[in-house]
Design a protein around this ligand. Structure first.
Ligand SMILES: Nc1ncnc2c1ncn2[C@@H]1O[C@H](COP(=O)(O)OP(=O)(O)O)[C@@H](O)[C@H]1O
Ligand SMILES: [Mg+2]
Length: 570
């Protein structure tokens, strides 16, 4: 099934709304096609008769018809607007939830500008097509037919002359719409790059400023701006030319009516009423061809948008989700990594890695930067799939868990902290209404952030700005620790999560959390000796291989890699 067909099928969910709108538009069409009859009767019959009563009666009837026509249009617009919004919002939600399921690979490759364009521009373009376009086109054609027939009966020769002029208008339009389409597609492609650059800047304007007066963005902006300008201006120009030409043709039609009609009136074989009706309604003569060709162009244009949208909706995550997802839950949180090798692309990063974290244990991973520590967590969280070896949680292969379920059970506090432009409270609970204020306060106290929060003007209701600009690095880290703790996952990972904290704060937090960590499996990746000394087991990683493992005491006995990483001399 083509994507356009699938798209129209999607809209059919709004069958009831479509039906109501069709009834309203039918009423609108019928009343509209009655209009020329009133104009002609008033000018040609009632006025010459000087019949005021009849004039009042006819204008009154005309008014009623107009009111019915306008009101039915108004209500059909309401129906379509509501339908359109609910359709586009749903589609945007679907797209985002699809994107959330993608693999780490996908996130690394995707261009923010492109996604932005699809979610905003493409979806919005489709709103109209998904709602009113189809039936409005049909209605326009059907209602124009009686008017066209009426015009033909009123004055055949004038009708035939116009019938020659209108096709010219049509061909001009067609030629231009092709040109406009070409340039708008080009403009769109360059716009994507432009938006990506702006997004990059907007991600963290404050950090951009801190880079100093650099020309990197300025140059990039300029380059992409030039390109965008080129196509943007060209497409605006073509559009203006098109508008000028099509208004010109309108005048040509008017002049033809004045000339031929005027001659007819002088020669007494036509009435003023007929001329007025022609001036007002002759444009309906092209409606059938115009409506069809415009709808055709719109559908063609939207085909690209539809294709892009389905490309996201159809993209299967490279993370496999086995149908027979395990019924066993994750309760204890024992993690066994067995013989795992992994590469992001061609270079192997992890080599035959085996490690164990028993339920409730605290296990540390240490190693030089780039040795593959975070990669292990990426695999555990299933951001990437590995091909060799296995990871088990509570004895079940992690591939067998539903992916959302698995991720719910693992709390990660990482070095990169993600905070929303929202209140501290919402950043802590992430909208989970089951978390009580008492719990929030208790955890905030445990991670030593409570006093910082209550000292802010609005306390927990303080909005912290984009990615928490109003907070210090250490405060952000403590918030992110508190957030993870509130999630209450059986497995918790600290990936260099305390780097911005001073030794004292870190120790204190850990001490406060001892009770909480008692029945959780804890994986700590840290460069601080203090946070790993009391681990049940420490794994020392070098170039993706485990070089040593054991308790702190065992490792310092061996006087090897571990000691050199921490500069321990004995
Ligand atoms: N998305 C990725 N694509 C390709 N290579 C990556 C990706 N992420 C990390 N790497 C590479 O994998 C290696 C290990 O990275 P990482 O696990 O982040 O190290 P660590 O956390 O120990 O500092 C590094 O050489 C890094 O360049
Ligand atoms: Mg890392």
């Amino acid at each position: 099934m083509s994507n356009i067909k699938r798209f129209f099928k999607m809209m059919m969910k709004y069958r009831k709304e479509h039906l109501i709108a069709i009834v309203l538009l039918t009423i609108n069409g019928i009343t509209y096609s009655m209009e020329p009859f009133f104009t002609k009767s008033i000018i040609d019959v009632v006025i010459p008769q000087k019949n005021v009563v009849e004039l009042l009666k006819l204008t009154g009837m005309f008014l009623t018809v107009i009111i019915i026509e306008k009101v039915s249009k108004l209500f059909s617009d309401f129906v379509y607007s509501e339908m359109g919004k609910s359709f586009t919002f749903q589609l945007k939600r679907d797209l985002i939830s699809h994107l959330q399921k993608q693999s780490g690979d996908y996130y690394c490759k995707m261009k923010a500008g492109e996604i932005n364009n699809i979610i905003n521009n493409d979806v919005d373009t489709l709103e109209d097509i998904a709602t009113k376009m189809l039936f409005t086109t049909i209605k326009d054609i059907i209602t124009s037919v009686p008017i066209i027939v009426y015009l033909f009966i009123l004055k055949k020769d004038l009708f035939l002359v116009l019938l020659l002029i209108y096709p010219i208008t049509y061909f001009v339009q067609k030629k231009f719409s092709k040109k406009i389409e070409y340039y708008s597609i080009q403009a769109r492609i360059v716009l994507e790059d432009y938006v990506t650059i702006i997004n990059e800047f907007l991600k963290s304007p404050i950090n951009y400023v801190k880079l100093g007066n650099n020309t990197y963005f300025k140059n990039k902006f300029k380059e992409s701006e030039e390109k965008y300008k080129k196509y943007g201006i060209k497409s605006d120009k073509v559009y203006s030319e098109y508008i000028t030409l099509s208004t010109m043709t309108n005048y040509i039609v008017l002049l033809a009516i004045l000339l031929i009609g005027g001659y007819g009136i002088i020669e007494n074989n036509m009435t003023i009423g007929i001329m007025v009706v022609f001036i007002q309604y002759s444009s309906k003569m092209v409606i059938p061809i115009l409506a069809i060709s415009q709808a055709n162009v719109r559908i063609k244009q939207s085909k690209e948008s539809v294709d892009r949208i389905f490309q996201i909706l159809d993209s299967r995550s490279s993370i496999s989700e086995e149908l027979a997802a395990s019924q066993c839950g994750i309760n204890n949180g024992e993690i066994l990594i067995q013989g795992v090798s992994f590469s992001y692309d061609t270079r192997e990063i992890l080599h035959n890695l085996t490690m164990l974290a028993k339920a409730g244990e605290k296990v540390a991973i240490v190693g030089e930067s780039g040795s593959g520590k975070s990669t292990i967590i990426n695999l555990l969280y299933r951001l990437w799939d590995f091909k060799e070896g296995n990871i088990y949680i509570d004895g079940v292969e992690i591939h067998r868990f539903n992916i959302n379920y698995l991720r719910e059970k693992i709390g990660i506090v990482s070095q990169d902290i993600f905070l929303f432009h929202d209140t501290i409270l919402n950043n802590l609970t992430l909208g989970n209404a089951d978390i009580s204020m008492e719990q929030v306060i208790e955890v905030a106290k445990k991670v030593n952030i409570y006093n910082d929060i209550v000292n802010l003007d609005l306390g927990f209701n303080t909005v912290i700005g984009d990615n928490g600009v109003k907070l210090s690095g250490g405060q952000k880290q403590r918030l992110s620790i508190a957030r993870t703790i509130l999630k209450n996952n059986p497995i918790i990972v600290f990936d260099e999560a305390t780097s911005a904290l001073d030794n004292h704060t870190e120790m204190e937090i850990e001490f406060h959390l001892l009770d909480y960590f008692k029945n959780k499996t804890l994986i700590i990746i840290s460069h601080r000796l203090k946070s790993i000394v009391n681990a049940n087991r420490i794994y020392v990683l070098e170039n993706g291989m485990i070089k040593e493992s054991g308790t702190y005491d065992e490792l310092i006995q061996s006087k090897s890699l571990f000691c050199s990483i921490f500069n321990l001399q004995f």
